[in-house]
Design a protein around this ligand. Structure first.
Ligand SMILES: [Zn+2]
Length: 241
């Protein structure tokens, strides 16, 4: 009798173990599948940094390099919510010159900085790259967010067009017109083969744009539109492949 109970107990225990393992692997399996689906990397490059502050606001003197970083971090959050892995070329206010910087002049530091950005991008093997900047022009009337791309890379043009289409929602609202994406001669988009574009978020030489660019709500709205443009581009590319 005791032997029969023992046998039943062993059979029940084995069944229970199999059941628990089954449930665990089911959920673990789903979790793993989700992670695999979201393995793509997007690189976000906050332009300038360190000795190179970029341009600055005519009213507040806000530094472009600081604003670029804020926008880059907000964009990171947008893409992470969609499950993408994000690599930032810089996550602090420092430039990327390495420890030898003390012995380098300003030009050498800048070229070291750009070389390092290129290395980070190539190591990440991203699905796309966004380089975030603030614009500046002699005529203070120039306004709005505009995207630039390397004209010899058709994928970069598609990415730039998708992003410009979305950010034009804000350009129409605040500038009163749509703006067209343009080919641009920028080192970062010319020196890499991944789909990439420069997003000039607005003009620090225009008082209204400057006010908007410093406003956290506007920043969230703009990065939301940029994010939508990028996601639209990535989806279209997935469907084509
Ligand atoms: Zn810039």
């Amino acid at each position: 009798m005791i032997l029969i109970y023992k046998k039943k107990f062993i059979i029940l225990s084995v069944c229970l173990i199999f059941f628990v393992c089954g449930v665990m692997s089911f959920f673990y399996g789903i979790k793993t599948a989700t992670l695999i689906l979201r393995e793509e990397i997007i690189v976000i490059d906050a332009g300038h940094g360190g000795i190179d502050g970029g341009v600055s606001g005519t009213i507040t003197k806000a530094k472009e390099s600081d604003l670029n970083l804020k926008y880059a971090i907000s964009l990171k959050n947008v893409f992470e919510k969609q499950g993408y892995r994000i690599v930032l070329t810089r996550s602090t206010e420092d430039g990327l010159y390495g420890t030898a910087a003390a012995y380098l002049n300003e030009d050498s530091r800048k070229s070291q900085d750009m070389k390092r950005r290129k290395e980070i991008i190539n190591q990440a093997e991203p699905v796309c790259v966004l380089s975030v900047h603030m614009n500046f022009f002699g005529k203070s009337s120039a306004r709005g967010a505009q995207v630039f791309y390397n004209s010899s890379n058709p994928e970069s043009k598609r990415l730039a067009t998708a992003v410009q289409n979305k950010i034009n929602n804000l350009n129409e609202e605040y500038v009163g017109r749509k703006i067209t994406q343009l080919p641009g001669d920028y080192y970062i988009v010319k020196s890499i083969e991944y789909p990439s574009c420069i997003v000039e978020c607005g003009f620090l030489s225009n008082p209204e744009d400057e006010k908007l660019l410093l406003n956290a709500d506007y920043r969230e709205r703009l990065v939301y539109e940029i994010g939508n443009g990028v996601l639209m581009y990535l989806k279209t590319r997935e469907l084509q492949s």
